[in-house]
Write a protein that binds this ligand. Structure first.
Ligand code: ZN
Length: 83
């Protein structure tokens, strides 16, 4: 999955702001990292993100999950030699 620095760079390119706190909240806590990336919990997690960082934070949270899944899918396909 992309590093926090890559997520920050993507946010800056897209919005002009880094949203580093949001990306760190998703990725840094090893005990909570899996549940914060769980797409079946995205609605529940988005509520917590909205309380902390508002609607803009929710958008960046969902974009982060999207970018991680996209990268993981690409890596998996490459591993199996699918182009
Ligand atoms: Zn992530």
């Amino acid at each position: 999955m992309p590093s926090i620095d890559v997520h920050v760079k993507t946010s800056i390119e897209r919005t002009g702001k880094d949203y580093k706190d949001v990306h760190e909240w998703i990725d840094k806590d090893e005990a909570k990292k899996v549940e914060r990336h769980d797409i079946t919990r995205i609605h529940e997690n988005a509520k917590e993100v909205e309380l902390k960082w508002g609607e803009d934070g929710v958008r960046e949270f969902i974009q982060h999950i999207h970018d991680d899944i996209k990268k993981r899918t690409a890596d998996t396909l490459a591993y199996f030699g699918v182009k």
